[in-house]
Design a protein around this ligand. Structure first.
Ligand SMILES: Cc1cc2nc3c(=O)[nH]c(=O)nc-3n(C[C@H](O)[C@H](O)[C@H](O)COP(=O)(O)OP(=O)(O)OC[C@H]3O[C@@H](n4cnc5c(N)ncnc54)[C@H](O)[C@@H]3O)c2cc1C
Ligand SMILES: NC(=O)c1ccc[n+]([C@@H]2O[C@H](COP(=O)([O-])OP(=O)(O)OC[C@H]3O[C@@H](n4cnc5c(N)ncnc54)[C@H](O)[C@@H]3O)[C@@H](O)[C@H]2O)c1
Length: 443
């Protein structure tokens, strides 16, 4: 007789790596459980994408007004307390909203920390839960610099809980979080210093565009210290001191450690049951199956080449839903996954990169978008893109720097993913005037 379990599928973690798939799966009648030790919905809604973009909104407005300063009056000031309250108004209801969606679909939420006992059994606090299949979707946690005084530093989640904006902020690292938070804090009136690990910020993006973002932030008063080699943090009265580069000191009111994020693979019993992982995450095959056959992984916790972003996590959890409900039986085939850094201007990209090996034999078309009449309406000061075409003139990649780069790049995704021909592109009619019409005018 077949063994019976509490659940058909049990997920550890409740972020996008889980809920986008767990909801439709439960709706098919499967018995689904979700274990969560912290906030329902995980990083993105609560202390990642959504929370950050809410805090960023007045920065967008400030830049838009600045670009039109010749026809508007007065500089826009950001009231941080109100900005924080507005973010809370939008974000605080999300865990209840997502819980409601889960429960209404028939998912059972189990609050607590999940740890494997064997390949079908998880302990949650003092309880035991069994499942035929288990999905590990535990995400990442902030990396903390291993220096003396490290407890004086904060992470991005702490920053987004600040009701008062510190006057002087030191940000360690120059990746996504550093550059986005430097943009927001600078626009809201903080004196920001970015302490770089090497000499390249935002390694994931086209360096001439990154250089322009840095130049712009420098003009606005953000300082960048290359090869900072941070050695310790100390307390000095009400302030903290960052010690770096052989005896240099920087006195600030807040230290944000943005030195990366690491997979949540420890203390969940993976070694005991034989699930293999490494410093980049859990090893999976083309079915997102781990080295133990009934255990899968989804979202940021996977060791993968795709960017660890929300759209990737959604695609994976949806793939697992389709696999578990027998709608598909093939390996996961990732689509083009776009990415964007929400600086001001933004840098967004999708598909083949301009400076990649793959683009060597391709045609690269660089456009100065400022010259486009529609972009002149907003008077964007930094607006350029680079389109990559293959030998058949299919668009295979795009990178853009502009205030609206995320929307512009989104509009190109169907052409890249489905390899639209020139005649197919010519059949498309866009709303006019609109940014997407302006973007497609370049092809
Ligand atoms: C500051 C910041 C800004 C970001 N901005 C963007 C953006 O603009 N766009 C974008 O696409 N991506 C962004 N990201 C990345 C995005 O948030 C992640 O890619 C996404 O949340 C991954 O979802 P996930 O489900 O894999 O992991 P998570 O959302 O991190 O969910 C994992 C969950 O597992 C829980 N958990 C861990 N261990 C256990 C355990 N043992 N038992 C029970 N529960 C456990 C955690 O509490 C967490 O809730 C941002 C990230 C950060 C930190
Ligand atoms: N817009 C978005 O989509 C967005 C925004 C924020 C975060 N995220 C996601 O979250 C992840 C984490 O973001 P992040 O900014 O923490 O990581 P990151 O990998 O983008 O940047 C980490 C930075 O820390 C530096 N660093 C590494 N080791 C260091 C050390 N020992 N000392 C000093 N600096 C060091 C790196 O050089 C790099 O500049 C991203 O990779 C991305 O997946 C996405």
């Amino acid at each position: 007789m077949a063994k019976t379990y509490n659940y058909d599928v049990l997920y550890i973690g409740s972020g996008h790596g889980t809920f986008d798939g767990a909801i439709p799966l439960a709706q098919t009648g499967k018995k689904v459980g979700v274990i969560e030790t912290d906030m329902i919905g995980g990083t993105c809604p609560n202390y990642g994408c959504n929370a950050k973009i809410a805090l960023d909104q007045p920065v967008v407005l400030k830049r838009a007004l600045e670009n039109l300063s010749s026809i508007t009056a007065n500089e826009l000031q950001i009231d941080w307390q109100q900005n924080f309250k507005n973010k809370s108004r939008i974000i605080d209801p999300l865990p209840a909203m997502i819980s409601n969606l889960l429960v209404k679909s028939g998912v059972e939420i189990i609050n607590g920390y999940g740890k494997f006992i064997d390949k079908h059994t998880i302990s949650v606090n003092d309880d035991i839960k069994t499942a035929e299949k288990i999905v590990i979707a535990t995400g990442l946690h902030p990396h903390r610099l291993a220096v003396s005084g490290k407890e004086l530093a904060h992470d991005s989640r702490d920053f987004m809980s600040l009701g008062q904006l510190p006057e002087k902020i030191a940000i360690i690292g120059s990746g996504y979080i550093s550059m986005e938070f430097a943009t927001i804090a600078n626009a809201a009136g903080s004196k920001v210093t970015v302490l770089m690990h090497g000499n390249r910020a935002l390694r994931q993006f086209y360096s001439p565009y990154v250089r322009q973002v840095i130049n712009d932030l420098e003009k606005r008063g953000v300082s960048f210290i290359q090869n900072a080699n941070v050695s310790s943090f100390t307390q000095s009265g009400q302030s903290q001191v960052v010690h770096y580069a052989n005896d240099h000191e920087l006195k600030v009111d807040y230290i944000l450690d943005a030195s990366g994020r690491v997979p949540n693979v420890n203390n969940i019993g993976l070694d005991e049951i034989g699930v293999k992982y490494n410093e980049n995450g859990i090893e999976v095959n083309g079915f997102l199956q781990t080295t133990v056959d009934n255990i899968y992984a989804s979202g940021d916790v996977i060791d993968k080449v795709q960017p660890k972003l929300t759209p990737t996590a959604i695609f994976e959890s949806t793939y697992l839903f389709n696999l578990f409900s027998d709608k598909i039986s093939s390996e996961i085939k990732y689509p083009v996954i776009p990415s964007v850094v929400f600086t001001s201007p933004r840098i967004a990209k999708a598909g083949v990169e301009i400076d990649s090996k793959q683009s060597k034999n391709y045609e690269i078309q660089k456009n100065d978008l400022k010259d486009d009449w529609y972009r002149q309406v907003a008077n964007d000061q930094l607006a350029q893109n680079a389109l990559v075409f293959d030998q058949q003139h299919h668009l295979v990649g795009v990178t853009e720097i502009s205030e609206v780069a995320e929307n512009s790049v989104n509009t190109f995704l169907p052409a890249i993913e489905f390899k639209f021909s020139t005649s197919e592109i010519n059949r498309l009619v866009h709303l006019f005037p609109s940014i997407s019409a302006a973007s497609w005018g370049q092809i």
